[in-house]
Design a protein around this ligand. Structure first.
Ligand code: GLA
Ligand code: ZN
Length: 682
């Protein structure tokens, strides 16, 4: 059996969430009741101390952690474990009053006032000194506590600081990146354009909103630097805890498709990946199934960052959130579905923000396990408790992992660069959506993709799809060539291989870096369509005859020098008759190129062909059904999620259903929003 459980102390899955007893220290009756209610809800862990700095250290230097110690001990003696946060997501007022450098500067370089959270300068030496003191005190007191599972670093690290300290750090970071040679930077950023040459690194500002923000290399390097800066801060906190004796694993909670930082980089420096999942259910523009597929993509992204072990869903909302334009309650049954989707995709935890609702301030109306009424008979409490019991029934899945052979390439800097490029249409670039649409197409065929970066190991995959891979990191042309040569199926699309990692155009034809040979073509023009424009492609049969036509929208490329096999041709416009989808057999594999944007379901034939060539089994699922699998060495757990409110029956399912303990022998009947786990031996 695999033994990659995250927490050996826990026999099964984690169920719990953020708990803020510091808000109730004057109400011991409530604290006592909370423990009873948590036990009734089958909760076995809480996250403590997320925003507790002003209680830990009400006055500078006067640290009192006795309250926390009492709470942790009491929870532990009741079978509830603790994830302990460093409190650095928000700062006490005394800190900002005395050390203004702790406060962040906005994108015009103007210092913010005290308040909110994640409003600090992560490079401020004074701030770091205070962080060091409080983190050291926490680690000295609680490292090795039998109830302590892990350390949660800060909470939702985010944002950029444009202060002078950060400006200087940026200059140093650039000097390191460009070998202290300003000419290297000038070349990489193409600064002769618009007379933007620099003579020295200290002339370079961050991309202030009222300053230089048209040098694309500068914009991209600023995002890379800000990723480094936040990671540097996170590592500083981890090092501080370790130096004070903490040996427990670390995490920081990531956010959905987060834009500010490159999580591929940050994820290398933590032990466990966790993220906060807030689906916008029952919305007015998409089906529940589509909303859940977006969640599923996010789960896959976070799972793939450390795919040899489970990840954690660190937060989710019992019932509803309170920060959306419309804060709608989840309908009965949906709590189970959302929670089981996390487990299905590889999480070993279902955790909430929050256990008990705050009485006041801005999150007082955010969903919680325990509502202001304070009882166990609310709808939400009952759904949470039932889920806790379901999690116990499937506890054996803890530690099992995925085993996917298909991957979608998603690089943060590619995403940033596409958005920042003065090209295409800013209305329709839609890189994220394009990646998700490819994910959805595989999912509809019962095949679950991982999400990967250019730079990680691709050895486990037989099919890789790299939509809009505009930026090619160093060596990626050769890596793709090797992958295909060795028998892989690789799919690229329009807008591939246009620039190198510095955003300089690849010369000699796109896709660059040797990829024209791999795909057997060049792209000469990329054409942007207005929403009202229509084109089509004709899909060709095996004899090269047009079989049917498919709509093209947003983007189309004019290809030239095509030696690849043509699978579809443009139907209309000035490129009518030219190749639109191609397959180049190269070494032992195939390189596919899709030179236009279509609905992926309209080109399902391509997915079937890649899966056939890769010898991967697939089966079209009924609509609104998601299937995910987790594995141990000797068994497979198949999760079926009914993402709609209508009941459904799926034929040809066999195995033991773990939640109910029933043997399924053919037809699997599912209620609306139901989730089922089928176990089979391998
Ligand atoms: C985030 C934060 C929590 C809380 C929730 C509310 O995820 O980490 O502290 O504010 O949002 O949904
Ligand atoms: Zn700063």
């Amino acid at each position: 059996m695999t033994t990659n459980k995250l927490f050996p102390q826990i026999n099964g899955l984690l169920h719990g969430g953020d708990y803020n007893p510091e808000q109730w220290l004057d109400s011991p009756d409530i604290l006592e009741k909370d423990i009873k209610l948590m036990k009734q809800a089958n909760i076995n862990c809480v996250t403590l101390g997320v925003f507790s700095w002003s209680v830990h250290e009400p006055v500078e230097g006067q640290i009192n952690l006795d309250w926390l110690s009492d709470i942790m001990d009491n929870l532990y003696s009741n079978g509830i474990y603790t994830i302990l946060a460093t409190p650095t997501g928000a700062r006490p007022a005394w800190l900002d009053a005395k050390y203004p450098s702790a406060m962040r500067c906005d994108d015009k370089g103007v210092r913010n006032h005290h308040g909110v959270r994640h409003n600090h300068c992560m490079q401020s030496p004074e701030f770091r000194e205070k962080v060091n003191i409080i983190d050291t005190a926490l680690a000295k007191r609680f490292a090795g506590h039998p109830g302590l599972l892990m350390w949660h670093i800060s909470n939702e690290l985010s944002g950029y600081c444009y202060c002078d300290t950060c400006r200087k750090k940026f200059q140093e970071w650039l000097a390191d990146r460009y070998d202290h040679d300003i000419d290297k930077l000038n070349k990489a950023w193409w600064t002769t354009f618009w007379s933007h040459r620099f003579n020295s690194f200290d002339q370079i500002d961050p991309p202030y909103s009222n300053g230089e923000n048209c040098v694309l290399g500068l914009n991209l390097d600023w995002k890379r630097f800000s990723t480094w800066s936040a990671t540097d801060f996170m590592r500083f906190e981890i090092d501080t805890l370790r130096a004070a004796g903490a040996t427990e694993p670390t995490t920081t909670n990531f956010m959905e498709m987060f834009y500010d930082y490159d999580y591929w980089y940050m994820s290398k420096f933590i032990d466990v990946i966790s993220w906060d999942n807030y689906p916008e259910m029952h919305n007015s523009w998409q089906s529940d199934a589509h909303q859940l597929l977006e969640r599923s993509f996010n789960h896959a992204l976070f799972r793939s960052m450390k795919k040899d072990q489970p990840f954690m869903m660190m937060e989710s909302a019992p019932g509803l959130v309170n920060w959306r334009p419309y804060n709608k309650y989840r309908r009965p049954g949906v709590h189970k579905l959302i929670s089981m989707q996390a487990i299905a995709t590889g999480s070993d935890t279902v955790q909430y923000f929050q256990i008990r609702k705050s009485r006041g301030s801005s999150e007082q109306w955010h969903g919680a396990v325990i509502d202001h009424i304070g009882t166990n008979d609310t709808r939400i409490f009952k759904e949470v408790a039932a889920l806790g019991s379901d999690l116990k029934n499937i506890s054996e899945v803890a530690g099992s992992i995925s085993n996917n052979k298909v991957a979608i390439l998603f690089d943060w800097d590619n995403r940033w660069a596409i958005d920042d490029a003065w090209a295409l249409s800013n209305e329709t670039k839609n890189f994220d959506k394009t990646c998700m649409s490819i994910y959805n197409e595989f999912m509809s065929l019962g095949v679950e993709p991982d999400i990967i970066s250019s730079d990680m190991d691709w050895d486990d995959y037989k099919i890789i799809c790299a939509p809009m891979l505009y930026v090619l990191h160093d060596g990626i042309g050769a890596k793709i060539s090797d992958f295909v040569n060795a028998g892989g199926q690789f799919m690229a699309t329009y807008f591939t291989g246009y620039v190198n990692k510095d955003l300089l155009a690849n010369l000699g034809g796109f896709p660059g870096d040797g990829l024209s040979d791999v795909f057997g073509l060049r792209s000469e023009e990329i054409d942007t369509l207005y929403p009202e424009d229509k084109n089509s492609i004709q899909i060709l049969d095996k004899l090269g005859r047009a079989s049917h036509s498919v709509e093209v929208y947003d983007y189309q490329e004019m290809l030239r020098d095509v030696s690849a096999d043509v699978l579809a041709k443009f139907g209309d416009d000035y490129i009518a008759g030219l190749p639109a989808i191609t397959r180049n057999s190269y070494g032992d594999g195939n390189a596919y190129y899709v030179a236009c944007r279509t609905n992926q379901s309209d080109i399902e034939f391509l997915y079937r062909e890649m899966l056939d060539k890769a010898s991967i089994d697939y089966k079209k699922l009924p609509s609104n059904i998601e299937k995910h699998s987790r594995f141990t060495d000797d068994c497979r757990y198949d999760f079926y999620l009914n993402c709609s409110k209508s009941p459904v029956t799926i034929p040809n399912i066999y195995g033991l259903e773990l939640i109910t303990g029933k043997q399924i022998d053919g037809d699997l009947s599912m209620d609306g929003y139901d989730a089922i786990v089928i176990k089979n031996s391998l």
